[in-house]
Design a protein around this ligand. Structure first.
Ligand SMILES: NC(=O)c1ccc[n+]([C@@H]2O[C@H](COP(=O)([O-])OP(=O)(O)OC[C@H]3O[C@@H](n4cnc5c(N)ncnc54)[C@H](OP(=O)(O)O)[C@@H]3O)[C@@H](O)[C@H]2O)c1
Length: 335
């Protein structure tokens, strides 16, 4: 076992866009464990958009990160030593741990997962929080039905790519947008989306959606907010549903920006708009995992990830993901 436990702490809070200086790489101690605790050697960690909000000193559904403290993430780790009867040496666990080589935990919230059937990093993506989010929003919140038209933004990402594929499996027409031609090509030619477009080069996004969704949108799975959400709103069908999952276009704003224009559409078209958090309905998450394992095995659910090597590169992987440099789920390989 290495003697040093490299860790990444919050050095300062961002003022607008996140920068490298907001993070600090420090040499910490490998923690001593006591009764009921385990020590993990961390293998993979996830960087996710919600972490940007946790860098602000603001109230939210998860508490803010604290200056000088080790940041937290979804981590896959191997149990090195255990004084907790629920975990054995060599078990692989997934759950919230630190941006660090070794973590101490009382086991609360950690799940033991199997080695072998899928790469371990999948438990942070398609078989983890992002995959569950896709299912929770589409099935639990939007109540999507076969034959409907689904529109999804940030469509090639961790959540969006699963949203589009589940909607196809459920018999929907699926249209997505993404920020590069390569991503658009991937959506249509690899993931089986019916249509997709590059929102950066398409001209009017509202007109593009109207062209690609001629009957309008029944379900908008909203990952981005801002201009894309406004364009989708104007293309909603009567009694359409908007599952508001994220607003990544706003996360680095210094000032709050005005919301979508044309909100009168909500009345005219009798729309339902609901925000949600992946943890709202744990039963649905388990239902998704059971289905997703089968879909992956049958090749119906395809999955792509960008893996950055080295804990020390986690801040740049995180910043790059916020800028759209990831292709699929952004993962950091720690060991
Ligand atoms: N409610 C929940 O429980 C929950 C859980 C997980 C995630 N989320 C939300 O779901 C959304 C997607 O998360 P994810 O983990 O799947 O991330 P992701 O899509 O894998 O990565 C983020 C992507 O967002 C796109 N993006 C960034 N800035 C943008 C902008 N200004 N306009 C349009 N697109 C932009 C980029 O793709 P392009 O190259 O296509 O621009 C980037 O690759 C986020 O808003 C996140 O906060 C919510």
């Amino acid at each position: 076992m290495s003697e040093i436990n490299q860790q990444i702490t919050l050095n300062s809070r961002p003022d607008g866009w996140v920068v490298q200086e907001n993070f600090k790489l420090v040499d910490g101690q490998i923690p001593e464990i006591g009764e009921g605790e385990i020590l993990t050697r961390n293998l993979f960690m996830s960087v996710d958009p919600y972490m940007r909000s946790r860098m602000n000193d603001a109230k939210s559904y998860v508490p803010p990160f604290q200056i000088g403290e080790v940041l937290q993430a979804g981590v896959v780790g191997e149990v090195v030593t255990s004084q907790n009867p629920k975990f054995n040496e060599g078990d692989v666990v997934v759950g919230m741990l630190g941006w660090e080589n070794y973590s101490k935990s009382d086991g609360e919230g950690l799940l033991t997962v199997e080695r072998g059937p899928v790469p371990l990093s999948y438990y942070l993506g398609v078989l983890g929080m992002p995959g569950m989010t896709a299912y929770a929003g589409l099935v639990g919140v939007a109540d999507v039905q076969a034959g409907e038209t689904v529109f999804v933004s940030a469509a090639s990402g961790a959540v969006g790519s699963v949203v589009g594929q589940i909607a196809k499996i459920m018999g929907c027409a699926v249209v997505g947008c993404a920020g590069s031609d390569d991503k658009v090509d991937f959506l249509v030619n690899e993931l089986g989306f019916d249509r997709a477009f590059n929102y950066k080069t398409c001209g009017s996004i509202a007109r593009k959606i109207a062209e690609l969704c001629p009957k309008g949108i029944d379900v908008n799975f909203e990952n981005v907010g801002g201009e894309i959400m406004e364009a989708a709103l104007w293309n909603m069908r009567d009694f359409g549903r908007i599952a508001v999952c994220g607003m990544i276009s706003n996360y680095n704003d210094k000032e709050m920006t005005p919301g979508p224009r044309g909100m009168g559409i909500i009345i005219q078209r009798r729309l339902k708009i609901q925000g949600f958090i992946v943890s709202d309905n744990p039963g649905l998450n388990m239902e998704f995992i059971q289905k997703a394992v089968g879909w992956l095995a049958e090749g119906k659910l395809k999955y792509r990830e960008t893996v950055t090597d080295g804990l020390e590169n986690a801040p740049s992987a995180f910043i790059g993901m916020l800028k759209g440099e990831n292709f699929g789920k952004q993962i950091v390989k720690i060991a």
